[in-house]
Design a protein around this ligand. Sequence first.
Ligand SMILES: *[C@@H]1O[C@H](CO)[C@@H](O)[C@H](O)[C@H]1NC(C)=O
Ligand SMILES: *[C@@H]1O[C@H](CO)[C@@H](O)[C@H](O)[C@H]1NC(C)=O
Ligand SMILES: *[C@@H]1O[C@H](CO)[C@@H](O)[C@H](O)[C@H]1NC(C)=O
Ligand SMILES: *[C@@H]1O[C@H](CO)[C@@H](O)[C@H](O)[C@H]1NC(C)=O
Ligand SMILES: *[C@@H]1O[C@H](CO)[C@@H](O)[C@H](O)[C@H]1NC(C)=O
Ligand SMILES: *[C@@H]1O[C@H](CO)[C@@H](O)[C@H](O)[C@H]1NC(C)=O
Ligand SMILES: *[C@@H]1O[C@H](CO)[C@@H](O)[C@H](O)[C@H]1NC(C)=O
Length: 587
Amino acid sequence: MNRFTEICLLLHACILLYSGNMNQALMYDHSATTECLVEPQTVQYGGGIINNPDFNNGIKGWMVFGQGKVEQRKTQRGNMFIAAFDRKHLSDSFSQTVQLVKGKLYALSAWIQISGGRETVSVVFRTPGGGLLHGGAVIAEHGCWSMLKGGIVANFTGPADLLFKIRNTDAEIWADNISLQPFTKKQWRSHQDKIIAKERKSNVKFHVSYGNKTAISDARIMIKQTKSAFPLGCEINQNILNSTAYQNWFTSRFTVTAFGNEMKWYSTEKIRGQENYTIADAMVEFVEQNNISIRGHNIFWDDPKYQPDWVPSLAPEELQKAAEERIESVVLRYKGKLIAWDVVNENLHFRFFEDKLGENASAAFYASAHQLDQSPLMFMNEYNTIENSEDEAATPAKYVEKLKNILLYPGNDCLPAGIGLQSRFGPGQPNLPYMRAAMDILAAMKFPLWLTEAFVDKGENQAQYLEEVLREGYSHPAVEGIVIWPTSPFSECKMCLTDKNFQNTPNGDVVDELIDEWSCKPMEIATSHEGFSEISLFHGDYEVTVTHPDTKSSTTMNLKVTKDNSENSVYVQMNAFVPHACYTAII
Ligand SMILES: *[C@@H]1O[C@H](CO)[C@@H](O)[C@H](O)[C@H]1NC(C)=O
Ligand SMILES: *[C@@H]1O[C@H](CO)[C@@H](O)[C@H](O)[C@H]1NC(C)=O
Ligand SMILES: *[C@@H]1O[C@H](CO)[C@@H](O)[C@H](O)[C@H]1NC(C)=O
Ligand SMILES: *[C@@H]1O[C@H](CO)[C@@H](O)[C@H](O)[C@H]1NC(C)=O
Ligand SMILES: *[C@@H]1O[C@H](CO)[C@@H](O)[C@H](O)[C@H]1NC(C)=O
Ligand SMILES: *[C@@H]1O[C@H](CO)[C@@H](O)[C@H](O)[C@H]1NC(C)=O
Ligand SMILES: *[C@@H]1O[C@H](CO)[C@@H](O)[C@H](O)[C@H]1NC(C)=O
């Protein structure tokens, strides 16, 4: 600790003032919208490192990129923006050269409109060597402004051209309030830590007194966490049924799971009309016995490759009937046992059911599933939405569009929807600013986000990147659960958490360290003169033992610390002379 912070610690106000000012400039801005707005919004971070971000100085700082033309325009209300027109190629637009610093994280936002139609506009950073860093995309339309939110991690130091792309060369690209804000890794981490402290923990106040309300000072309060409230889980497969090593490794760490393949249609009905749930049932029973929650994965998978062998050749009416039987069978079988269903897996990348049964096929399955079992959250479950800024098939904007369509379908207006984000990252540096921006956009839908299949492909820094992905997920306020999706140690080990003997790999160590970091170690605190003590605890279940300072009589209680009771207060009453003290806990 240096002298300056030491002095500050004595002067509490000084720290608040100092860190308060610092954070204002650097705090990440989570605001995002999925609406196309006629009333536009302000520029984030004052534009960050962008020169003339709001075009109030004409097009100063901006250039023509490619062959089109670029000019400043004015809305009827007098707001200035930039327009690229007479475009010939998809990347003909306006650009600005920005200086990137290797390793820095860049949060990007812009308001986009096109002169006609409705299409995906994406943003890229072009390096002097011609390499492209993809910063994100939005579906833009005419008549209103859409928010593009994204980001990059710079993999080199030097200049890059920020520019916009749209396939349709007839459309003009319009933009306003373009912002690019750099963060160091340290600043990013500090923001994560602040969110974790705010969103995942609550202050608990203990008041210890005699029956006559006189405070007891110096009473000892032993606090032991017995369960975490944040669902952190791991996918399992059928090998768990006959391996106690696997069972012990899994049950001692996780509170939620999903099965790799065992609930899928191709596993439970290999032959038409011959359902076999033996393995899935046994796994459900095992998991239930250990009080671990289950995400049902999945009812349908929209990828034509992963249908039961007999399904692709069915005529539409037959498929409709078979699908109805499937959904009824599996949903009723596990009714009341699951916290979630992945109803139609990967329905952004694929459209097997839409092609065969019509545009509303997925939407209808969500309605049926919810009608059969009201309690599970009904999820979309997609890859590349937060992990890949380049894949235009599953951008946050497309995710939002699909989910809105599902919700508009008759019967789905009150659907308890869930936003499933597979989070299957490649082997390189995860694009955390993009991941966060994508989650911000999706969070604007106000449904819970889950990282459902967290995975980082094999590469040099796999364990470190896995940690970065899990931490980014945990520190997003809208994320309500994470399931890690390792590959089985019995098969090709792309991301094993353990070896064949269930000893941790470095990836497994990362997971254990995070579980440890996100829970409270057993601790003892003492009450003040006022019989009072306050502490910040991770949400979860606790066993609390309060011991009288003189008589050493003690009382033990269970305590649930939740987010909703942000003013948790626990009142403990003790009797001075009776060895078994009585208590009341008000939570
Ligand atoms: C850009 O921000 C200004 C205020 O700073 C606002 O008046 C303007 O409408 C915004 N433009 C868009 C397209 O959001
Ligand atoms: C940075 O990443 C981009 C996109 O993956 C790639 O094209 C480029 O070669 C990389 N540059 C360096 C210096 O690694
Ligand atoms: C309350 O009870 C405690 C323990 O019996 C006693 O020491 C204390 O004096 C009492 N206080 C009042 C105000 O009666
Ligand atoms: C457990 O059973 C699976 C088949 O369900 C088998 O492949 C595996 O080898 C068995 N493992 C052990 C440890 O017996
Ligand atoms: C169902 O599956 C189990 C496990 O694979 C197998 O042992 C059993 O023979 C199957 N039952 C039928 C009727 O095929
Ligand atoms: C599961 O929860 C029940 C009820 O809370 C409890 O009695 C039981 O001991 C728990 N089982 C395990 C394996 O934790
Ligand atoms: C899909 O459902 C919507 C209602 O959500 C309806 O307006 C539309 O006509 C349906 N489309 C098809 C192809 O059935």
